[in-house]
Design a protein around this ligand. Structure first.
Ligand code: HEM
Length: 514
């Protein structure tokens, strides 16, 4: 033992004795810590430094270099390796059989530490909550994604895509950043479906709400990749934290105002139709997520405005960035593979006909089977959520590995989707591999997890796929999509909470002749 450590322990002993503090919690903590280190020592991974752990390996890396380092380590350690950040251990797991245990478990449902950066906006909404609260909320929110609720939303998807198509008339012949416009489109869609109001982001990208959403995305990016912003204590003192607080005020007061208004509207409507026995509202008219939450009860008590706000804000976050990332990569892939674009268009015409004005409907979208394969393949190569994190609260065993309590588990749909042993030619866009009737490729369901899996999977996946199909069908009826850039060079990816590219992907549109 070094002299300084002995002196430190002696000093702690004196302070504890003088203050009359019980030794028991300290002893228990030391025991837990020793057990953690013993178990962690048996897990594979690169050598770590005292105090710093593996921080030094990430120090100075650009955000886009992080996925590359993780991929190298995954290969070197056969898909499982530990990382120590400060005093926290993380175990990265990239084996489908481990996914099955972790994602299928009803115990490993708590989220990893990185998700806490979202807490300011989402509080304890479905994405971040845990325990009984999560169980109860998941139960009341699940019916909000029933097909009878989703069906009328397709009209919103259709209408908002037409705004986009008109806007894109002005881009004809020029290259432009498609992802930026798609992001505004998905924001309008989720705002209207979640709250029944429009942010008009597509026509007014400079509104306070849209700017606040952009600020929060920027904050999340910085907090994930800049060590100075990671720790709350140092972060709170920065101008970035002040910008975040201002943005949160805008976002929260917007949602709150809509909740209050809508609660009053529903109360008025209920009192005027009390005699009616029409309880099956979802089938008769459009119900927003907010309406459903306002009518939900837990233990026979309605949800408070604060309860509802965290869930609506969660939809706003989860429901727009993820989908816009998927849409952007969908267009990127079919621009790079013109044969796939041609097949998509053929299918669209055979299902929707030649008239571009025919609105897309729920049933028509469900008949776009080839497009389904293209979306699946896009999400394999470019899963919108590149990394899923869980926290192990109690020591447990996963396929023979003992995992200490407190460990964060990192699972990556991105790396799984690119493993050569799991997918043939993983860097090639081959939608047919997902065709269960014709494909010879046997796919492991736990190798393909863009929507996660198990009890905490994505509740909005049907909504997302419908939205992607609606925009793809409408845009491809109007335009040929071309990628402007080096098609040989894959985009440099940044694995934040949502997958992005380092540089914007540029596209050119041409009027399509049907
Ligand atoms: C292509 C689009 C989407 C992808 C790839 C995606 C992916 C995911 C993934 C991987 C998770 C699990 C995250 C985790 O365990 O940490 C998740 C959870 C979730 N997603 Fe999605 N998502 C998409 C769209 C949507 C949409 C449109 C909505 C809502 C309208 C939504 C709502 C949610 C919610 C509320 C959760 C938390 C569920 C829970 O913890 O019980 N997602 N999503």
């Amino acid at each position: 033992m070094t002299l300084s450590l002995s002196l430190l322990i002696a000093a702690v002993c004196i302070v504890v004795a003088l203050a009359g503090i019980s030794w028991l919690p300290l002893v228990a903590w030391l025991r837990r810590r020793r057990r953690t280190y013993e178990l962690a020592a048996q897990l594979p991974g690169p050598r770590n430094l005292p105090l710093l752990g593996h921080f030094h390996m990430f120090f100075g890396l650009e955000p886009w270099q992080v996925p590359q380092l993780i991929a190298q380590l995954a290969e070197q350690y056969d898909g499982t390796f530990k990382l120590k950040m400060g005093s926290n251990f993380s175990l990265m797991m990239f084996q489908p059989r481990d996914m099955e245990v972790v994602l299928g478990s009803s115990q490993l449902l708590d989220k990893a530490i990185e998700y806490s950066f979202l807490h300011g906006w989402l509080n304890d909404g479905l994405l971040l909550s845990s325990g009984q609260k999560w169980h109860r909320r998941r139960k009341i929110i699940t019916p909000a994604f029933h097909f009878r609720i989703l069906e009328p939303y397709v009209e919103i998807f259709d209408r908002q895509t037409r705004v986009l198509i008109r806007k894109w008339q002005q881009t004809l012949g020029h290259s432009f950043d498609l992802g930026h416009d798609v992001h505004l489109f998905t924001l309008d869609v989720i705002c209207e479906t979640a709250m029944g109001v429009s942010t008009n982001a597509q026509t007014n990208a400079d509104s306070d709400y849209v700017r606040a959403v952009k600020t929060i995305s920027m904050v999340l990016h910085k907090r994930m990749f800049n060590i100075f912003y990671r720790f709350n204590l140092t972060y709170m003192l920065t101008p970035l934290a002040r910008a975040e607080r201002r943005a949160l005020k805008v976002l929260h007061s917007f949602t709150e105002k809509i909740i209050v208004q809508r609660r009053q509207e529903l109360l008025r409507a209920n009192s005027s139709t009390q005699s009616s026995d029409d309880t099956d509202v979802g089938a008769k008219r459009k119900m927003t997520f907010l309406d459903i939450l306002l009518q939900s009860k837990i233990d026979d008590k309605p949800l408070t405005n604060a309860d509802i706000r965290e869930e609506v804000d969660t939809f706003m976050f989860e429901g727009h960035d993820t989908t816009s990332s998927a849409i952007m990569f969908f267009f990127y892939n079919i621009a790079l593979y013109p044969e796939c674009q041609r097949k998509c268009v053929e299918e669209i015409i055979s299902v929707l006909g030649n008239d571009r004005e025919t609105p897309v409907t729920y049933d028509l979208l469900n008949n776009l089977h080839y497009m389904d394969l293209c979306i699946k393949e896009t999400l394999r190569m470019y899963p919108s959520v590149p990394l899923i994190g869980r926290k192990v609260l109690q020591e447990c065993e996963i396929n023979g590995k003992m995992i200490p309590a407190g460990t964060n588990i990192g699972i990556s749909p991105l790396f799984l989707g690119r493993r050569e042993d799991l997918f043939s030619e993983p860097n090639t866009f081959k939608p047919e591999r997902f065709d269960v009737v014709t494909s010879a490729e046997k796919l492991n369901p736990y190798a393909y997890i863009p929507f996660s899996a198990g009890p905490r999977n994505c509740i909005g996946q049907k909504f997302a796929v419908l939205e992607i199909k609606a925009i793809a069908a409408n845009v491809l009826r109007h335009y040929e999509v071309e990628f402007v850039g080096n098609a040989e060079e894959p985009p440099v990816l940044i694995a934040e909470l949502v997958l992005r590219t380092r540089d914007p992907l540029m596209f050119k549109l041409k009027e399509r002749v049907l």
